[in-house]
Design a protein around this ligand. Structure first.
Ligand SMILES: Nc1ncnc2c1ncn2[C@@H]1O[C@H](COP(=O)(O)OP(=O)(O)OP(=O)(O)O)[C@@H](O)[C@H]1O
Ligand SMILES: [Mg+2]
Length: 278
């Protein structure tokens, strides 16, 4: 049999499926990935279980809070992806106790539980660092040690086993965070982190802008700022003044936190009904 005949015979076999290679049959669809299924945890990673009730609902597909974070995540993804991936985001507010740390961590967890996103959350609040305590982990060497040149970024990254989330805790207390953040070394280090981890989100939890100047400096080094406003906390004047301090920063949007939810709101009651019929 000539080579051409052999090739034709093989083509017929393949068409008839008598000698088909192990290819995907067009009618057989790949199994669908369940919604909200987190990516697999890397072997050997100790899974961190947040030690605060503010993080309980995030992966519950029927929780209204989880749903709000998933909407927030979708908005963030659309604001930061496009022609290029603007991967560094800072979370701040006008004054204290607006919910920056809770929101940073919930949003980071929510993003990291998707297959597509890897997240590095950095506690850049050297005044009142809380990411480690919300996660129930130790704050040994961290971001401040890297800025001081006493640790390498790669050595202080802690994988959490919560999807693809890693964190860097704040590190040791520093006497003057304003000066530290304003240094050339910090600018270089932030640029290096953004480049080295260019395929993942880098989120910074920071102190409030009206009280501490370092957040304004960091705001100019990152690609975007998320501004948290908690209901009945900062005054309108505070909010306006706080936003004014961020001139030269890219304000991605505001997150209105701890709002009084109308229990008769259709949107929320429908979630309840949905849950009960499952
Ligand atoms: N959505 C919320 N619902 C109920 N309580 C909230 C909410 N967000 C924040 N809080 C309350 O505010 C406190 C402070 O939250 P968080 O630590 O996230 O604030 P912060 O803005 O990071 O504060 P700081 O300025 O000290 O860093 C929480 O311990 C909690 O009591
Ligand atoms: Mg905080």
């Amino acid at each position: 049999m000539s080579r051409i005949e052999k090739a034709m015979e093989r083509a017929v076999q393949l068409r008839q499926g008598t000698d088909a290679p192990a290819a995907v049959h067009p009618e057989v669809k790949e199994p669908e990935r369940p919604i909200h299924a987190p990516p697999p945890v890397q072997a050997g990673t100790q899974i961190v279980v947040p030690s605060s009730p503010y993080f309980d609902n995030i992966s519950d597909p029927y929780s209204p809070i989880g749903e709000e974070f998933r909407k927030l995540k979708a908005a963030l993804v659309s604001l930061t992806t496009g022609a290029q991936f603007n991967n560094s985001v800072m979370v701040t507010s006008s004054v204290q106790n607006e919910g920056k740390s809770i929101i940073s961590l919930n949003l980071a967890m929510c993003l990291a539980q998707e297959y597509d996103h890897t997240v590095l959350l950095i506690d850049a609040d050297f005044r009142r660092p809380t990411i480690h305590s919300y996660l129930g982990i130790a704050n040994r060497q961290g971001f401040s040690d890297c800025l001081l040149g006493e640790a390498e970024i790669a050595d202080v990254i802690i994988p959490t086993g919560i999807g693809r989330l890693s964190v860097i805790t704040a590190g040791r207390a520093v006497p003057n965070p304003v000066e530290l953040f304003a240094s050339k070394k910090t600018e270089t280090l932030i640029a290096e982190i953004k480049n080295r981890y260019h395929d993942r989100y880098i989120m910074f939890d920071t102190p409030p802008v009206l009280l501490f100047a370092e957040s304004r400096t960091l705001g100019r080094l990152v690609d975007g700022v998320l501004y948290v406003v908690k209901e009945q906390n900062a005054s309108q004047h505070n909010i306006k003044e706080g936003i004014d301090t961020l001139k030269g920063c890219k304000l991605l949007g505001m997150i209105y936190n701890d709002t009084i939810v109308d229990r008769h709101d259709q949107k929320y009651s429908s979630y309840q009904r949905y849950k009960r019929t499952q």
